[in-house]
Design a protein around this ligand. Structure first.
Ligand code: NAP
Ligand code: MG
Length: 403
């Protein structure tokens, strides 16, 4: 069979631990036999990040900007324990955080749903996509420990010579202080990304903040969304979809009572937390896809889960693991499809569709990794380890591509 050709390279970002093992298996079994893969490769594995002083992460993000489409493996965000484990020179920042701030994108996370796995929330009939603002707030905050009594102030010195100042707290004893920010420009591009994604996928858009409490900060998010919506209002009416703003706590209650099938736009922290809640309720973190969309149309695809450390330690001891590769496979299919769309490569788009379909065929026959086995209903599951599961997908993919 002739391999499918590509024209523009895909930015490939390798990662760490168990997902790095899966990454190679997916490429060898499901991509390279079928696609004449053109990539610009960046090794974002922790040893390489340490060796390059994290420059490799910045280079990879720049490459995503240059070529427009990237696919990323999960990576370790170092903590104190990782410092000793990997003998690091520095506690490098989260690569995802770095990439997000360079691309200034919005992260959309959607569960991969299958008929044999029912969400914990019985009334959810359709996937819920979480749009997480990927810039600022607590992720770019500065913090201080106040050692004892004293006054903390919030100060803004305008470039035009203006000066604003408010007292945060007059401390009577020790405490903690945090300063965080966002920019109108970033909030505006977040709003555009959400309204665009809603019209692309023809789904309602919900947005929630806590603007009753945060009357300036969160209120600014709401104002900007209202402004930007005016540009999309006509298109929303045409498509019969709606934009709906509500308070975060009201949103949580409504989401639980809903049927699903909408996009929930969240501030950075809310999106971080709610996406884990939503993915778990849909079945498994291993079935959650994630794509970072920048306002200038660059895409970075990945799995929502981490490097699955616990499985990796077992793997290192020679144990067989049954780590679910679905979200990582869908990162590849998502990226290849987007590359195909951008370059007008119909065959590549078809390949991405067939790869996903082959995954659904496999799960449809009950062949599944251990994390899904206990969740399946109405079918007798056939547990598989990662290699067996990927081999089963390959078999079905070959059949589909030959048809
Ligand atoms: P994790 O890697 O997502 O894994 C947490 C647990 O979820 C696993 O132990 C496993 O449960 C289950 N799980 C996740 N993905 C799975 C899969 N594909 N197949 C089967 N089970 C899966 O989170 P973590 O252990 O908290 O973090 C590990 C490392 O990943 C950390 O160093 C963290 O910094 C990094 N991380 C990276 C990203 C990213 O790059 N996007 C995101 C999050 C975390 P059982 O053990 O019960 O089987
Ligand atoms: Mg999280």
């Amino acid at each position: 069979m002739k391999k499918i050709q590509m024209t523009t390279p895909l930015v490939e970002m390798d990662g760490d631990e168990m997902t790095r093992i899966l990454w190679k298996m997916i490429k060898d079994e499901l991509i390279l036999p079928f696609v004449d893969l053109k990539v610009e490769y960046y090794d974002l594995g922790l040893p390489k990040r340490d060796e390059t002083g994290d420059q490799i992460t910045i280079d990879a993000a720049q490459a995503c900007k240059k070529y427009g489409v990237g696919v990323k493996c999960a990576t370790i965000t170092p903590n104190a324990q990782r410092m000793t484990e990997y003998k690091l020179h520095q506690m490098w920042k989260s690569p995802n955080g770095t990439i997000r701030s360079i691309l200034d994108g919005t992260v959309f996370r959607a569960p991969i749903t299958i008929p044999t796995i029912h969400p914990v929330v019985k009334n959810w009939e359709k996937p819920i996509t979480i749009a997480r603002h990927a810039y600022g707030d607590v992720y770019k905050s500065v913090e201080l420990k106040a050692g004892g009594p004293g006054t903390a102030k919030l100060v803004f010195d305008g470039a035009d010579g203006s000066h604003q100042e408010v007292t945060i707290q007059a401390f009577k004893g020790p405490g903690v202080i945090q300063g965080m920010h966002n920019t109108d420009a970033s909030i505006r591009s977040f709003a555009h990304a959400c309204f665009k994604y809603a019209t692309d996928t023809k789904q309602d858009l919900w947005f929630s903040t806590k603007d009753t409490i945060s009357k300036t900060y969160d209120a600014r998010f709401r104002e900007i969304f209202d402004e930007v919506f005016q540009e999309y209002k006509a298109r929303f009416e045409e498509l019969g979809i709606t934009y709906f703003y509500t308070l975060i706590d009201d949103a949580v209650a409504r989401v639980i009572r809903s049927k699903g099938g909408f996009i929930w736009a969240c501030k950075n922290y809310d999106g971080d937390v709610m996406s884990d809640m939503v993915s778990t309720a849909f079945g498994s973190l291993a079935m959650m896809t994630s794509v970072l969309v920048s306002p200038d149309g660059n895409y970075e695809y990945e799995a929502a889960h981490g490097t699955v450390t616990r499985h990796y330690y077992k793997y290192l001891q020679g144990e067989e693991t049954s780590t679910n590769p679905m979200a990582t496979i869908f990162a590849w299919s998502g990226a290849l499809r987007q590359r195909g769309v951008k370059d007008g490569l119909q065959e590549l788009v078809r390949f991405a569709d067939e790869l996903e379909a082959a995954c659904f065929d496999t799960l449809g026959e009950g062949i599944a990794t251990k994390d899904l086995v206990g969740l399946m209903e109405g079918i007798t599951p056939k547990p598989a380890n990662s290699a067996q599961f990927i081999a089963a997908i390959r078999e079905r993919l070959e059949k589909r591509l030959a048809a």
